[in-house]
Ligand binder design. Structure first.
Ligand SMILES: Cc1cc2nc3c(=O)[nH]c(=O)nc-3n(C[C@H](O)[C@H](O)[C@H](O)COP(=O)(O)O)c2cc1C
Length: 347
């Protein structure tokens, strides 16, 4: 294991390190953040980020940068200590401290294969300058939601209020997960696959599960295109900005809806039916020991048009999503993203 001190680098050192890992044909993921008062949410996030590539570089905000973004009372932990804590994690390969509110200097010279960001960011809501630099580098974007119930802000609030940690959690905030529902909690997005092919009998079983989903008035408007052809799968991957890894998956399924068959020929019913089928499909994949990831298509019109053209479909057929499927080369832990504040008990 590399000593943590050696993982903390200046930007020049990080550039040299990047050159060295490229020479070994390794892929690089980069994420950035303050990582003030490191907590379980951070660690789970970084574990997932690390699973996206062979090496993970974390660009951590300097103290001045955190103050600028979060106010004079932050950070709680100084930059060198935050860097040391991050560098001590197995998931983290390298750490650089950056100044200024955003890591544009880092992205000018570090060119990741994957850019990982937490929370509810999307490609559209990323800072434009950062986005342009990462796009130019050809980075794939991966957005990982924060683990519910963990945040530095909530820890600070508890400290101020004199409270203690919430009851022990088992992969979630809130009550312990019911093991009888493991089928649901163990389904996670899998984005790295073994080279091993997926047998047709598995694909048929998965499609049986998909077509057992609820559907408005049982209209079953879904259509499934199984991507056994490598060239077609690669072409479809190329039109999915957050799904390029489909090209490395042994197979995939494009889930489409036929508007003519949908209840009342209404798009909303078509989408709801297809979404139910997709969830069934994903649960079946997971139960069979396979891995899959939902890749968004609808409502991005450019993706809809490109896929429709590649599959030679008429305008009434609406591609909703592509599901990358393969034998998993990563195993994200079971969890729920349970949130008390999402529940309204109407008593
Ligand atoms: C409508 C929709 C679109 C999605 N699009 C993508 C995508 O393009 N690329 C990707 O890697 N994951 C995509 N996902 C997967 C989500 O990122 C993932 O489900 C979420 O982060 C929760 O993680 P989990 O599936 O492991 O529970 C999508 C999920 C949904 C429901």
């Amino acid at each position: 294991m590399t000593a943590p001190e050696l993982k903390i680098m200046t930007l020049d050192q990080a550039v040299a390190w990047q050159t060295a890992i490229r020479r070994e044909h390794k892929t690089l993921a980069v994420t950035n953040g303050a990582f003030d008062l490191l907590h379980r949410g951070h660690v789970e996030y970084l574990n997932q980020a690390a699973a996206e590539a062979d090496a993970l570089l974390v660009a951590v905000n300097s103290d001045a940068s955190v103050k600028q973004l979060k106010g004079p009372e932050r950070p709680l932990v100084g930059e060198q200590d935050r860097a040391m804590l991050l560098a001590s994690l197995q998931a983290v390969s390298a750490v650089v401290i950056f100044n200024g509110p955003k890591p544009v200097d880092v992205f000018s010279v570090i060119h990741p294969d994957v850019y990982v960001k937490g929370g509810d960011y999307t490609e559209d809501s990323l800072d434009r300058e950062e986005h342009a630099l990462l796009k130019r580098a050809g980075a794939r974007f991966v957005f990982i939601p924060f683990v519910a119930g963990f945040s530095t802000t909530s820890i600070v609030r508890r400290l101020r209020d004199g409270g203690s940690a919430p009851a022990a959690s088992h992969g979630t905030a809130g009550p312990a997960l019911n093991n009888a529902l493991d089928t649901i909690f163990c389904r996670r997005s899998v984005r790295h696959y073994q080279l091993r092919p997926v047998a047709d009998e598995h694909l048929v079983a998965i499609l049986q599960a998909a077509m057992a989903a609820p559907s408005a008035c049982a209209k079953d408007p879904w259509q499934f295109h199984v991507l056994k052809n490598d060239g077609l799968r690669t072409d479809i991957a190329a039109v999915l900005p957050n799904g390029r890894f489909l090209a490395q998956a042994p197979t995939g399924i494009v889930v489409c809806g036929d508007l003519r068959r949908a209840h009342g020929a209404e798009l909303s019913y078509l989408i709801q039916d297809c979404a139910a089928a997709i969830e069934n499909l994903l649960l079946a994949v997971s139960q069979l020991g396979l891995g899959a990831c939902w890749l968004g298509v609808h409502p991005r019109q450019d993706r809809v048009d490109a896929i429709r053209q590649l599959l030679k479909q008429p305008a009434e057929i609406i591609p909703i999503a592509v599901i990358a499927i393969g034998w998993p080369a990563e195993h994200p832990p079971k969890r729920s993203r349970y949130r008390d504040d999402a529940i309204h008990w109407e008593v």
